[in-house]
Ligand binder design. Structure first.
Ligand code: BES
Ligand code: MN
Ligand code: ZN
Length: 495
């Protein structure tokens, strides 16, 4: 994706299609129309028709005749006083999608200020909405081969201030595009493309040229480290596990790193406690946590943020076979604790347990794990909001703020110790399933047994990782959830 910023007039754009915005408020809509008719007298019929009212997500197409690009798409922003960063993302996304439907490759977007937003926030939001909206996982559709997609976006304005702001955020917009797109591609890819070893290769490839150091721990090293949870889930699988370590040192050598941990189950059949057939293919996305933390560290490194970050991914398939883990088995983890297996489909927490213990060696500033962990979280919050849990109110507070700024919704669930009763085992330190009640919370409490002496937060993205349909700049399928939030969190971190 090529992103350019230009100080220029609406009628001077070289892109295939130009996008401009209008508020819904009477006087502002009138002013837009007056300007458009002055610039494009031949378009007065459509402009004055009243079909376009400036409401959010609505668009109007003007055939310009001679001046500059052949079409201008005017996109509604709704009322000015409710124009937030998210409004700008959504309006920009609606306009970019309308443009993409014409099969064009380049668009130019006229910058506009949101209500109470800085020029930088406004420009970044407009770019985000446009670059994230035209994602399609169509590489396996042979008839889509060679189809044109938007690959060049110019943000323009005749205001010096907006142009300067655009220039200051364009590298960030590109980094976010790269990180989110990578996460979506990884999450959406089927298991015959992305399995543990190819996930590791994808991490190595993505890190090229970013300064991120990638280390892949293979099965032998995982055995030597006694990562009993990861090995237990893997033991039914022909394909070996990997443990991916990515390290980005953008901060001072003495700065403690943020550690991100991502669940990397490349396919979850449920194992011996096998899942029903209907909808099982969604479980190719059971490594969205991994996709989030890999996409996140890539975006942070590409944006050259001055922080230290480590991403950890324990990865395996969860398969039933003659060698698979069975209910009743007792597993010993890297930290020496034991768990009784009640349900082999509660496998995510087993691999995360070892990774959360491994994280301690970095003496982290904070650890955040992302996991498509429980169906219970989807029942509670649907596909709109991620479940948030953790041990540290400062970290939770910073995550909530980042979530508000990026519009990646979170809702905190309580880790009250009373729920521990549900995962008590008669034969081991803890049981890996607590049954149906409070399923997202008991999963969080299980993880808590394995954290080290660091602030910790857990994000259950089971519902938000895979979207059931397109929504604004989120595509159906792997959403890339969490990448933007991680970038925002470390960028705006307050100690
Ligand atoms: N990967 C699933 C959770 C999931 C469900 C993700 C739906 C995305 C959409 C996880 O490994 C799982 O199977 N969890 C079980 C846990 C239970 C056995 C305690 C669940 O939620 O049913
Ligand atoms: Mn499972
Ligand atoms: Zn799973």
């Amino acid at each position: 994706m090529n992103i350019a910023i230009s100080q220029s007039a609406l009628t001077n754009q070289k892109a295939d299609i130009v996008i401009s915005f209008s508020f819904e408020d009477d006087s502002l809509l009138k002013a837009t129309k007056k300007r458009l008719v002055e610039l494009y007298p031949t378009a007065s019929a459509v402009v004055n028709s009243n079909d376009f009212k400036g409401t959010l997500r609505s668009t109007m197409v003007i055939y310009t005749g001679a001046k500059g690009a052949s079409k201008v798409i005017v996109a509604g922003l709704g009322k000015k006083d409710s124009c937030t960063a998210e409004t700008l993302r959504r309006a920009s996304s609606a306009a970019a999608k309308r443009a993409a439907a014409y099969g064009v490759q380049s668009i130019a977007i006229e910058a506009v200020l949101g209500n109470g937003l800085t020029p930088e926030e406004s420009c970044l939001s407009l770019l985000e909405g446009a670059v994230l909206s035209n994602y399609k996982f169509d590489k396996y559709i042979t008839s889509a081969k060679g189809k044109k997609k938007i690959n060049s976006i110019t943000l323009f304005s005749d205001s010096k201030q907006l142009v300067a702001a655009g220039k200051s955020v364009s590298a960030m917009a590109k980094s976010i595009y790269d990180g989110v797109t990578l996460a979506r591609d990884l999450a959406q890819a089927p298991n015959n493309e992305i399995y543990p070893e190819t996930l590791a290769k994808a991490a190595v490839n993505a890190a090229k040229g970013t300064g991120i150091k990638v280390t892949i721990l293979d099965k032998k090293k995982i055995q030597a480290l006694k990562m009993g949870g990861l090995l237990a889930v893997n033991q039914g699988s022909v394909r070996p596990p990997v443990f991916i370590v990515m390290e980005y040192k953008g901060g001072k050598a003495t700065d403690k790193p943020f550690v991100f941990v991502g669940k990397g189950i490349t396919f979850d059949t449920g194992g011996i406690s096998i899942k029903p057939a209907a909808g099982m293919s969604d479980m190719k996305g059971d490594m969205h946590g991994a996709a989030t933390v890999i996409g996140g560290i890539i975006a942070i490194a590409k944006a050259k943020l001055p922080v230290n970050v480590v991403a950890l991914v324990p990865s395996t398939e969860n398969m039933p076979s003659g060698t698979a883990l069975v209910p009743g088995d007792i597993v010993t983890f890297m930290n020496g604790k034991t768990a009784e297996i009640d349900n082999t489909d509660a496998e995510g927490r087993l691999v995360l347990a070892d990774a959360l213990h491994y994280a301690s060696r970095y003496k982290p500033k904070a650890v955040i794990d992302f996991a498509t962990l429980t169906g219970a979280c989807v029942v509670a919050l649907g596909t709109v909001t991620s479940g948030l849990m953790g041990t540290d109110s400062h970290l939770i507070d910073q995550i909530k703020k980042a979530s508000t700024r990026t519009n990646e919704y979170v809702c905190e669930l309580p880790l009250h110790e009373e729920y521990e009763d549900l995962i008590k085992s008669d034969f081991a330190d803890v049981k890996n399933s607590g049954g149906r009640w409070a399923g997202a919370i008991t999963a969080g409490l299980f993880l808590k047994h394995f954290i080290g002496d660091y602030p910790w937060a857990h994000m259950d993205i089971a519902g938000t990782g895979m979207a059931p349909s397109d929504r604004d700049y989120w595509p159906k399928g792997g959403t890339g959830i969490g990448v933007r939030m991680l970038v925002d969190l470390v960028k705006n971190w307050k100690a």
